[in-house]
Design a protein. Structure first.
Ligand code: PMP
Length: 361
């Protein structure tokens, strides 16, 4: 252990949502409902299923190392050049690539107090100093984040919407922030939940990339596009940033199936619209329950709702598990009194509501 890099020796591993199979085996119960990893409850798009079946015959060959077709599609969709795109094995891979490409142990990296855990993780793995800026109403305090910039700052991570709080920054707030960040500090705008945000509220982040060469937009196919298990994410940046990231990137970081699935689902507008619709309805269902039960929740722009359940949160999590509902404890995000519940299908949301209502009695 003494041989590991100093940052890695003190690193806590990423805590993923508990898998259904594990709960089934540990507790000996069936029909588990998992609302723990912000996955798409619709399952794979039917078009993706068909395309994956067709792609099986090509799997003895290596994937296209440069993801030509997927990059071409993304470039057309967003009005950018293919040399502005970097593909990732999920957007976590993009986030790690960014840290490895631009950050070293002399640098500081800024993120918000309740920010997505991969930001401190990749920062610490490199041996750089993470600077967690106290939250404002559970979300990003942008003026405080600006004030935290020092000559050592190399990167700032902003998740919009943020996970696990669901908090959201308006395009006006973001525009004002980005304009004030010095050009030698990279701003990573992580828009993993972008597709759930209404078109009127979305920031023109890809357009900003043309204006701010230090801005990096990160997106994923794991949420509204329903490809979490396939691992597909991407960054849109200035071509110089993409060039550098692509030098560091493993050549086959997206496999043939994830490339094909992402290409197909990008055109599946019906699936995307259905994902958003199911999410809105499920969100309303959970919010209604919280309001009727007097539970505080953090208003969310994502595909999850973080609910304040009190100092017994760890015990409530265990009791929900025993009732067959997996949610996500967020104590590791300095939210020890909250639980994060992903939006599922109506019956899955109801299973959570029924189990939680029993506990509240
Ligand atoms: N960013 C945020 C804010 C997230 O919540 C997640 C998913 N938990 C990711 C990035 C990474 O998702 P993926 O690697 O599946 O693209």
């Amino acid at each position: 252990k003494a041989l590991a890099n100093p940052g890695i020796r003190t690193l806590s591993p990423y805590q993923a949502g508990k898998p259904i199979e594990e709960v089934e085996r540990e507790l000996g119960i069936k029909n588990i409902v998992k609302l723990a990893s912000n996955e798409n409850p619709l399952g794979l798009s039917a078009k993706v299923k068909g395309a994956l079946q067709d792609a099986l015959s090509g799997l003895a060959r290596y994937p296209d190392a440069n993801g030509f077709y997927l990059k071409t599609k993304l470039a057309e969709k967003f009005g950018v050049h293919t040399n502005q795109i970097t593909l990732g094995n999920g957007s976590n891979d993009v986030l790690e690539l960014l840290a490895r490409t631009f950050v070293n142990e002399t640098h500081e990296v800024i993120f918000a107090q309740h920010a997505f855990v991969v930001y401190p993780l990749v920062t610490q793995a490199i041996g750089a100093k993470g600077v967690a800026v106290p939250a404002k109403n559970y979300g990003h305090d942008l003026p405080a984040m600006l004030a935290a910039i020092t000559p050592k700052t190399r990167m700032i991570f902003i998740a919009n919407p943020n996970n696990p709080t669901g908090t959201f920054l308006t395009k006006e707030e973001l525009a004002e922030f980005i304009a004030q960040v010095p050009q030698n500090v990279l701003v990573v705008l992580d828009e993993a939940y972008y597709e759930y945000v209404s078109e009127a509220e979305r920031a023109p982040s890809v357009e900003w990339v043309a204006q701010y060469p230090n801005l990096i937009v990160s997106r994923t196919f794991s949420k509204a596009y329903g490809l979490a298990g396939l691992r597909a994410g991407y960054a849109i940046t200035h071509p110089d940033i993409a060039d550098l990231m692509n030098r560091v990137r493993q050549p086959f970081n997206m496999n043939s199936l994830s490339l094909r699935a992402a290409e197909v689902v990008l055109d599946d507008e019906e699936y995307l619209a259905e994902s958003v619709r199911v999410n809105q309805e499920g969100m309303a269902q959970l919010v209604r329950f919280c309001e009727q039960s007097g539970l505080n929740y953090i208003p969310s722009h994502g595909n999850f709702l973080t609910i304040e359940v009190g100092s017994e949160a760890a015990e409530i999590y265990q009791q929900l598990l025993r009732a067959g509902v997996i949610v996500r404890p967020v104590a590791g995000y300095q939210l020890p009194h909250h639980l994060r519940v992903s939006i599922g299908l109506p019956a899955e949301n109801q299973a959570f509501i029924d189990a939680m209502a029993k506990l509240l009695k």
